[in-house]
Design a protein. Structure first.
Length: 485
């Protein structure tokens, strides 16, 4: 791929380096590919994880008819598999124990394995299907809470035969399960029927194994120090939800996700706004907080950061959200963060109406045709500045450094769209703000991909916001992210 931009007719742009990941505390074991890094160096916490979790113990909940499939699935994760898809990115999976340095075992007490009826009509004593399913899940979590010291993660099989019970007005089975588990501090892994027939075993094993490892308290990788980013930088992601029926809701719940500079320390804050929404229609289009509520949620988020860092404040704090910052939100943010030296408030929008095509010199040039589209899209990390405070950032694109050979475009289809970042507060090069957003797309521990389409600050807070929207009774507490993965 040519790096000669002298012939470009576009506004000036730059190409950021692929952010490095670290796999040890000394930041000496580095790679840009998370899976390759685990294979070569081990998971970030692999040296200490076995000291407090010598075995990763699995509990199970599901219908009787799927019990053998669950057993086979666990055996699949224990086994080795050669990649059969995304071969230029996915390395061979060597089995769970060889990969993460702990064995994967079934919980040894029978009380941790709960068999449910195959018929959705038999799940609960009465009511429509979703009420029966909710009753069965609530009872299962209550039973598991009594033997929580005998397992680390619960596999919950929700079969296709129960689909009639998965959704109803104001109900989502996945989110209800996560909320029930969070109430007891129990991490859950949902399994559907497709998992049992998924043909790409190496990808399946990587994806599920990373998720189980994280939900049990492990850390697969972190961000290596980012060049140009000051030490003691922290990140907060905000997402909003209207509790209950959006047609009648009058209060916004703000979901805040707090991250350390390396992308770790992931905890949620669910904050119930005190000031009522005056215009519900506007709030549905673009939820926002009053000055006092923004001050309160960020102060609470900052307290959470300090509790993990010996009372210390970050030197620099970057706040991400998907919508524009209203003047009263900026005022509230700066009120709460007045003791911090540098504060940035950044809108990260994933619906930018832009596309880009990477051009190469034509193989048969003519005066009318000096260039032609390359076989791969715009490189990941391309940044085109739109103004002094906004830029387009291609977080999806060609990433050859992550490939074992040649070029690599995740997904391999369509023309990637950039995210649009707009800085409402803060100073310094917009490329540094873009680089941080690019790096944070690599910190979603809920999959095995090279990157997520949006920074993890946005993705994680959106997940909690969705859960709160579907489970309005979830208390507005601080939660570990692994409970909602």
């Amino acid at each position: 791929m040519s790096a000669d931009y002298s012939a470009s007719k576009l506004p000036p742009f730059s190409l950021l380096e692929e952010p490095l990941l670290t796999f040890n505390t000394e930041d000496t074991s580095l790679d840009v590919n998370p899976l390759r890094g685990i294979v070569q160096h081990g998971a970030y916490s692999s040296s200490i994880f076995p000291t407090y979790t010598p075995e990763l113990r699995i509990a199970t909940v599901g219908p009787v008819g799927g019990w053998n499939n669950l057993r086979t699935l666990v055996n699949t994760l224990r086994s080795s598999h050669a990649p059969s898809d995304r071969k230029q990115y996915v390395p061979a999976f060597r089995g769970f124990e060889n990969t993460f340095n702990v064995p994967l075992v079934a919980a040894k007490t029978g009380e941790a394995h709960i068999k449910l009826p195959d018929d959705v009509g038999s799940l609960g004593p009465e009511g429509p299907p979703h009420v029966r399913l909710l009753h069965a899940l609530r009872t299962a979590m209550q039973r598991l809470a009594l033997v929580h010291d005998h397992f680390d993660v619960v596999l919950v099989h929700l079969p296709d035969a129960w689909q009639i019970a998965f959704r109803a007005p104001g109900f989502d089975a996945h989110d209800a399960l996560k909320a029930l588990g969070a109430g007891h501090g129990i991490p859950t892994q949902v399994i559907n029927d497709r998992v049992f027939t998924f043909g790409y075993k190496a990808s399946l094993a990587w994806r599920l194994s990373i998720a189980l490892y994280v939900k049990a308290g492990g850390i697969p990788w972190k961000l290596a120090p980012l060049k140009g980013v000051p030490e003691n930088t922290a990140y907060i992601g905000l997402a909003y939800a209207l509790r209950g029926n959006p047609q009648e809701a009058h209060y916004v719940t703000c979901c805040s996700q707090v991250f350390d500079a390396d992308g770790g320390g992931m905890q949620f804050v669910a904050f119930e706004a005190r000031d009522p929404v005056k215009d519900v229609d506007e709030a549905r289009r673009n939820p926002f907080l009053s000055r006092s509520d923004m001050r309160a949620v960020l102060a609470r988020s900052l307290t959470l950061y300090q509790s993990r860092n010996g009372g210390m404040l970050p030197r620099r704090l970057v706040v991400h959200k998907t919508t524009s910052f209203k003047p009263e939100e900026l005022e509230g943010a700066l009120d709460a963060l007045s003791a911090i030296q540098e504060v940035e408030c950044v809108e990260v929008a994933s619906n930018a109406g832009w596309r880009g095509v990477w051009l190469q010199e034509s193989r048969n040039p003519t005066p009318q045709r000096k260039s032609e589209p390359d076989g791969y899209p715009v490189p990941r990390g391309a940044v085109m500045q739109r103004s002094g405070r906004s830029a387009l950032v291609w977080v999806a694109g060609n990433a050859p450094r992550a490939a074992s050979r040649g070029d690599y475009y995740q997904g391999g289809k369509s023309i990637p769209r950039p995210i649009n970042i707009v800085r409402y507060a803060g100073v310094g090069p917009i490329e540094l703000t873009a680089f941080e957003a690019l790096a944070l797309t690599k910190m979603d521990w809920n999959n095995d991909a090279l990157y997520d389409p949006v920074p993890v600050t946005i993705r994680y807070s959106q997940r909690l916001a969705r859960t709160i929207a579907n489970v309005p009774t979830l208390p507005g507490n601080a939660y570990a992210y692994r409970l909602f993965m």
